[in-house]
Design a protein around this ligand. Structure first.
Ligand SMILES: Nc1ncnc2c1ncn2[C@@H]1O[C@H](COP(=O)(O)OP(=O)(O)OP(=O)(O)O)[C@@H](O)[C@H]1O
Length: 229
């Protein structure tokens, strides 16, 4: 589903590569934690997967396609297959919960009848049934993250990328968010999550890929967080 072949990314003006000859293979349906100290290259890995950047050398494949060579006009189609969730939720504050989730379908041209059916179903899936008419600022942090996950998942992407999704949440709330991501993963969606949350990684026992100075230093099935902050 995601394959990096000797991928190097050097940002303009930087002497050191942010990712250095990284090779990784992630199968459909896997749940993978990406760990490593600040600056180790986690965000760069995620951004290359989304084609926000092109690799300086090497190849990045998503769903069998080599995306570093993808024509620019095909990038939106790629991104539609990848849901994204961030630490800071990134909800549209002037739209209701249902509108935030429905907007993702609206922009890809889905008819209103589909949106009216799928949005409540997805809100129910994330445990927010009945809260569609609320505004984001009327929700707790954990609930706002559930809205963000609903928005990322509403068109059933093949891949869900989560960058520190529990970074702003207390431990109990984080457990709820992880249960939800696990549930989404069980529907067949590949989940790739960058995190500094040792407790969560140790509890979930999923595959752990550790980066250090832009290199993969560990790739462990049913792994633990395993490094000191
Ligand atoms: N746009 C950019 N321009 C120049 N250098 C960058 C850019 N983005 C990241 N870097 C550098 O690339 C390296 C890897 O950064 P990256 O953001 O991928 O790390 P990270 O593991 O995601 O860190 P964090 O945990 O703090 O989010 C760092 O040395 C960083 O300074």
């Amino acid at each position: 589903m995601i394959r990096f072949e000797k991928v190097t990314k050097t940002y303009p003006g930087q002497a050191r590569a942010a990712l250095d000859q990284v090779s990784v293979d992630i199968e459909k349906g896997e749940f993978v934690f990406l760990v490593g100290q600040s600056g180790s290259g986690k965000s760069t890995f995620l951004r290359l997967t989304l084609r926000e950047y092109r690799a300086t050398s090497g190849r990045v494949y998503v769903a069998g396609k080599e995306i570093s060579r993808l024509a620019g006009w095909k990038v939106p189609r790629l991104r539609r297959q990848i849901g994204t969730v961030f630490q800071d939720f990134r909800l549209l504050q002037n739209k209701t919960v249902a509108e935030n989730v429905g907007f993702a379908l609206q922009v890809i041209g889905k008819p209103k009848s589909t949106i009216d059916k799928v949005v409540p179903e997805t809100l129910e899936l994330v445990g927010l049934e009945g809260k569609g008419d609320r505004m984001p600022d009327e929700l707790s942090g954990g609930e706002q993250q559930r809205v963000a996950i609903a928005r990322a998942f509403v068109n059933r992407p093949m891949i869900l990328i989560a960058d520190e999704p529990t970074g702003n949440l207390d431990p109990n709330t984080s457990v709820g968010i992880m249960k939800l991501l696990d549930r989404i993963n069980r529907t067949g969606t590949t989940v790739l999550m960058a995190t500094h949350d040792a407790g969560i990684v140790d509890q979930m026992r999923k595959r752990v890929i550790e980066l250090e100075g832009g290199k993969v230093v560990r790739d462990q099935a049913r792994g633990i967080y395993g490094y000191q902050n």
